[in-house]
Design a protein around this ligand. Structure first.
Ligand code: RIB
Length: 305
């Protein structure tokens, strides 16, 4: 099974001419409500490729209307929600501005996501077939505990180090690397993570190489229009190009990559194929507004059609 342990949000999205800096206000004509949260986004992206019933979501939502909608959306996308638990805090909510180039700025009010607990996960869930997908929008200690449950059962851990926490300590990154098989980061996250464990790499490829070596893992860097690069523990490089597109909204592109990549790792395809499918899925996502609407079904992925 593919198990995503992470965040569920409702995204409130406004298109703006320019993303405002500190102390600035911009007017947007309106706003839209979309489904989001890095965990839920990754679960939906994986389910659209892996198929209904193959992806399970674990996390927390509030006893509120946003929670009802978030869980209904996952079910409608074929994601098993038996491990999504109601809690007293409100469902997570993200406030997103998107500019004319499709770039975004996001503020997440975490709410119920901060109550997510690895205690909700029975060890019976985990086995060699488990691919666990983690991000950084639920408490780190709980994500780490879920990773340990997976590695103890000889499963595979994919950890998307996003968003980078305000205070990311050396110990945190060291623990994360030790518990991970595939680390997925963007260019900035790669540099930040390498810096946290004492390196000062010149670019993201050097950062990926340091992280892969330090963790004995495969480090995947998503680099937008430049595609994706993977560096394995022994230093081998694998690359995939991104399809050329004109983005409408990049929100959730990284999550789409992660979900598609997880579906491919679960199918045990070669790393190059997993990278290419991730890039193809992420590019298609960017053609529609909102984190999830553009995520492609399997038949729409050129490499899988
Ligand atoms: O990666 C995009 C996601 O980040 C959004 O859906 C938002 O909810 C935040 O979690």
């Amino acid at each position: 099974m593919i198990l995503v342990f992470g965040s569920l949000n409702i995204d409130l999205v406004a298109q703006v001419p320019v993303i405002p800096g500190p102390g600035r206000t911009v007017l947007a004509p309106s706003y839209q409500t979309h489904f989001g949260g890095k965990g839920a986004n990754q679960a939906v992206a994986a389910a659209r490729i892996a198929g209904a019933g193959r992806v399970h979501m674990a996390g927390r939502i509030g006893r509120d209307g946003f929670g009802d909608r978030a869980i209904e959306n996952l079910r409608a996308n074929g994601v098993d929600t038996a491990l999504v638990i109601r809690t007293d805090e409100p469902t997570g909510c993200a406030f997103i501005t998107v500019d004319q180039a499709g770039e975004n700025a996001i503020t997440v009010a975490s709410g119920a996501n901060m109550a997510a607990s690895a205690d909700d996960l029975s060890s019976a869930l985990f086995g060699p077939d488990t691919v666990l997908v983690l991000q950084m929008e639920v408490p780190f200690a709980q994500a780490l505990a879920a990773a340990h449950l997976t590695t103890s059962a000889a499963g595979v851990v994919i950890w998307n180090l996003a968003p980078v926490p305000e205070k990311m300590t050396r110990e945190m990154v060291t623990q994360l690397l030790a518990a991970t098989d595939h680390l997925i980061v963007n260019e900035h996250e790669a540099l930040d993570a390498a810096a946290a464990i004492g390196f000062a790499p010149s670019d993201y490829e050097a950062a990926a190489a340091e992280l892969a070596r330090a963790g004995g893992l495969t480090c995947v860097v998503t680099a937008g229009a430049q595609g994706a690069l993977a560096v394995t523990a022994n230093g081998a490089r694998v690359r995939a190009l991104a399809p050329r597109i004109t983005p409408v909204d990049t929100t959730g592109a990284g999550d789409t990559f992660v979900g598609a990549f997880a579906a491919m790792i679960h199918e045990k395809v070669p790393l190059q194929t997993a990278l290419r499918v991730g890039c193809e899925a992420a590019a298609q996502k960017c053609l529609k507004p909102g984190a999830q609407a553009g995520m492609p079904m399997r038949a729409k992925i050129p490499s899988l059609a």
